[in-house]
Design a protein around this ligand. Structure first.
Ligand SMILES: Cc1ncc(COP(=O)(O)O)c(C=O)c1O
Length: 395
């Protein structure tokens, strides 16, 4: 008889690089408690709590009625690529053309496309830690060598430039930047962007700058790496509609890439996705060309919540929280409780009924922190503060 065990088909080992994402894992635990009747305040989610603006929804509905329900070119419809190019050109006072833009079915796909375009086995890739977990997973999946650089409170949650300089070498193939940052809300200062740009200019290295939170900033000193003229010929910009326009479920993002790359991107996207949904592309065109009053109102509201929430967190004994300069996450330091961040997230879920994410989900240097989203109502935030304070007093 055939031995089923030795004869069984094997999965690719690199599938093991994909782990359960923190927010989804926490959602499962929180939902199980809710099913038993416990009330949970959700601060784990990475999405705006506002509805997608009505004029964008209407544009999608109109597009569907208008028969925009078929395949589009893999790089996206030309009017949207042009609208994005014009938007970037105006925003950064630079020359971007439709030819530099690829529409993707999410910011995540844009990240995957950019990384796939440059990473070969053994290439060293510098990226932020704590950082968006997709970076490390994709670097590993593509066979690159992860070279994490800490972003800590000491550097106002930007790269530790001393460690950055040590890790940067002729083997560095790509630097991943994320400003404003998920999970810390930190932004990379202009002076550091200039240093990184100079180092890149003198090397053979690419940059992928993930600026998905670029419209959700609370200070005037934010600068985009993509706005730096002299390195744009080696810079991939990742952005999308999820956060700025509250369109997380629509799945649409984009990649801006240097000249001469789009033909390959076209083939890559042809083979992995075919194209992005047609009617979401028409809706995205309305988003980018339409009124910014709702997205801007959302940012104002996030700022009001940030100011309240971070202030209130800092009044809880044992917690220290810096003021995030962008995105919608508070990143409190909980080291004084001498518990791991995953213990603390589980404890707060069970004891306080507040769902948060452990900092360790975002990498080694995230240990000792929690990520709390303030993309929820003021009432929820006020209630969460009361419950967290009471639960922490018991430790
Ligand atoms: C830093 C960062 N980049 C990219 C994304 C991807 O967003 P989406 O795939 O919804 O466009 C996210 C989503 O959470 C993010 O936090």
């Amino acid at each position: 008889m055939t031995n089923i065990k030795t004869n069984s088909p094997k999965l690719a080992k690199k599938l093991n690089f994909f782990k359960s994402a923190g927010s989804f894992a926490m959602l499962v635990k929180a939902t199980a408690l809710e099913a038993k009747g416990k009330r949970i305040i959700h601060l784990e989610s990475g999405q705006p709590d506002f509805p997608t603006p009505k004029h964008i929804v209407s544009a999608a509905v109109d597009a569907m009625h208008d028969g925009k329900t078929k395949y589009t070119p893999p790089l996206g419809i030309l009017p949207l690529r042009t609208a994005i190019a014009n938007n970037l050109s105006k925003k950064f006072q630079v020359k971007v053309e439709a030819n530099n833009i690829a529409i993707t079915p999410s910011g995540k796909t844009a990240i995957f496309a950019a990384l796939s375009a440059v990473i070969e086995p053994g290439d060293e890739i510098i990226y932020p830690n704590p950082g968006f977990p997709v970076y490390e997973t994709m670097i590993q999946y593509l066979g690159g060598k992860p070279m994490p650089v800490p972003i800590t409170s000491k550097n106002n949650f930007s790269f530790d430039m001393e460690i950055f300089r040590k890790k940067f070498s002729s083997k560095t193939k790509l630097i991943i930047l994320n400003s404003p940052s998920n999970p810390t809300g930190g932004i990379i200062p202009k002076s550091d962007l200039q240093i990184i740009a100079r180092m890149v200019r003198d090397s053979k290295c690419w940059v992928m700058t993930d600026e998905i939170y670029d419209n959700i900033v609370y200070d005037d000193n934010y600068q985009s790496f993509y706005s730096l003229d002299h390195v744009r010929d080696r810079t991939f910009l990742v952005n999308g509609f999820s956060k700025t326009y509250s369109m997380t479920g629509w799945r649409i993002g984009y990649l801006a890439a240097p000249n001469g790359i789009m033909e390959k991107m076209d083939y890559l996207l042809t083979h992995i996705v075919g194209c992005t949904a047609s009617f979401t592309q028409y809706a995205a065109m309305t988003a980018i060309e339409g009124s910014m009053s709702e997205p801007n109102h959302m940012v104002k509201e996030f700022k009001r919540r940030r100011d309240y929430f971070v202030g209130a967190l800092n009044e809880i004994p044992g917690i220290h929280c810096s003021l995030p300069q962008g995105a919608f996450y508070a990143w409190p330091n909980i080291k004084s409780f001498k518990k791991s961040s995953s213990w603390m997230a589980d404890y707060l879920l069970k004891e306080a009924g507040v769902a948060t994410l452990p900092g360790s989900d975002f990498g080694k240097w995230g240990e000792g922190y929690l990520r709390l989203s303030f993309a929820t109502s003021m009432e929820n935030l006020e209630q969460a503060i009361k419950l967290i304070k009471k639960a922490l007093a018991k430790i």
